[in-house]
Write a protein that binds this ligand. Sequence first.
Ligand code: SAH
Ligand code: MG
Length: 224
Amino acid sequence: MKDVLDLELQMFLRNLLPEEHEVLQEMRSYAEEHHIPVVDPEVGHLLHILTGLVQPERILEIGTAIGCSTIAMAQAMEQGRITTIELTEERHTLALDYFKRAGVADKIDAVLGDARELVPELKQEYDMIFMDAAKGQYQEFLDIADRILKPGGLLVADNVLINGWVVNLNYPRHRQKTMVYRMKAFLEQFKENTQYQCSVVPLGDGVALIRKQKQRVDEHKQAD
Ligand code: SAH
Ligand code: MG
């Protein structure tokens, strides 16, 4: 995050982390070389801790890429499974291989396809959802994921500050405008959304921790 969290602080936080699994390190080099936007190490670590705390029976991930975030979560799961969806065949195939090499393949169901088509067909409920795909579609993803997120469940959304542009609106290209304004509206809705509570953590590219209320709240009453 260049504009919001300064580089010195980001590097300081990164240097506090334990060393990642060697397969993850290799994946990061690959991702950098091929311009694949994977979670920053400090966000991967946060995901790992959250997964360890929640101990979900089922996690849904929207946007596998080559599987860095999937592995960070899988390594913290004592039992339970992750369903992860990726649109691009090349990335999906690479992820399958990395899951084997990291020793977590038996916990992961990797699905190739468009989450906008696949999520509405899912039959089970999930304790945790990690949303990390097209940044202009977070509202759409939330709308379709709501049905399968358990009450009290956690939805984590990555890249919600988009290089700080959501904060300062200094996006460099006109074509980024829609994505930035959609993300801003996505975050702002939680001020008044009684079904969810949201805390934005300015780590990495910005991570939103969004918890679904345990009980459906009547629109006119105050959430507890
Ligand atoms: N979670 C990964 C990074 C994901 S990058 C990690 O941190 O390691 C975002 C990915 O979402 C890209 O690989 C992109 O192909 C995928 N994606 C975008 N739109 C999608 C959709 N509608 N359904 C499934 N995957 C999608
Ligand atoms: Mg991301």
